[in-house]
Design a protein around this ligand. Structure first.
Ligand SMILES: *[C@@H]1O[C@H](CO)[C@@H](O)[C@H](O)[C@H]1NC(C)=O
Ligand SMILES: *[C@@H]1O[C@H](CO)[C@@H](O)[C@H](O)[C@H]1NC(C)=O
Ligand SMILES: [Cu+2]
Length: 251
């Protein structure tokens, strides 16, 4: 016999878990030669950020800079490991922020128009909801340092945008971490466009208004947060600039 009271209160508990406790953090940098938490500015909590205008959008609310700077060969594959699966639907992106001359990856706060996008995880509407390949329900997100990126120190920033709380900018959740890296063997590319964070997209951007649980098949959403895609000169394929598409997979 199903007791509806128990069932509904259990359902209530299950529903409340995601907002009450363990969300997910990008906690570990996984590089070919090293897997470490010590190069990641660890977010102090699992809670999402909701204020798109906050400087915390750069590298989350953390306890300070990280202890290590990890050396990465340009062209290398890397990943961020999570401490929980990404259980909310929404797009994601990987950025590099060039550390200014006067600073190091272990000191820079991420201010200035120094950020460019090197990977995007988009989505598309299916019959029942939006699908976000390679980013929903994973414990690890993978990327590559483009060969054309100039050598030097950078913050490597992962961002996941959870759209499950319904349509509307106030409900959107942001999950962000920065790893401190030094890229060696880099190329002569000119990363563009460069963006500031915050400022890389706006709360009323159409891409943030998507109802992920009520897809409109065939709809193509233009999203301004694709600003910051990488368009490096040189060997790299050119990523879509300024106005990316939410439908279909970018990489
Ligand atoms: C990683 O290790 C390989 C093999 O030992 C080496 O060739 C490469 O230079 C290392 N990469 C970095 C960035 O240290
Ligand atoms: C990330 O890379 C690892 C190692 O190659 C692979 O096992 C995993 O499936 C990849 N994850 C995704 C989401 O593509
Ligand atoms: Cu949640």
């Amino acid at each position: 016999m199903v007791n509806w009271l128990i069932l509904s209160s259990l359902f209530g508990v299950l529903r409340s878990i995601p907002t009450a406790s363990a969300h997910y953090r990008f906690a570990t940098l996984i590089a070919p030669n090293v897997t470490t938490k010590n190069a990641v500015r660890q977010p102090v909590s699992w809670n999402p950020m909701v204020d798109l205008a906050s400087n915390n959008m750069r590298c989350n609310i953390n306890a300070g800079v990280a202890k290590e700077v990890v050396e990465l060969q340009a062209g290398t594959d890397l990943a961020f490991g999570l401490d929980n699966s990404i259980f909310h639907p929404g797009p994601g992106a990987l950025y590099l922020g060039k550390v200014p001359e006067s600073e190091s990856a272990a000191t820079w706060d991420g201010s200035g128009q120094n950020w460019f996008k090197i990977k995007n995880w988009g989505g598309y509407p299916s019959n029942w909801n939006w699908v976000f390949p390679d980013i929903l329900n994973v414990w690890q997100v993978n990327g590559t340092i483009p060969l054309a990126v100039p050598s030097g120190e950078y913050l490597l920033r992962m961002e996941h945008i959870a759209l499950n709380q319904g349509i509307g900018q106030k409900e959107t959740q942001y999950y962000v971490s920065c790893a401190q890296v030094r890229i060696v063997g880099g190329g002569n590319g000119t990363p563009a466009p460069l963006v500031t964070i915050p400022g890389h997209f706006q709360p009323n951007d159409p891409g943030l208004q998507i109802d992920v649980f009520h897809p409109v098949l065939g709809t193509v959403y233009r999203v301004r947060f694709m600003v910051g895609c990488l368009a490096l000169l040189g060997s790299l394929k050119t990523f879509r600039r300024s106005q990316g598409q939410m439908s279909g997979r970018d990489s």
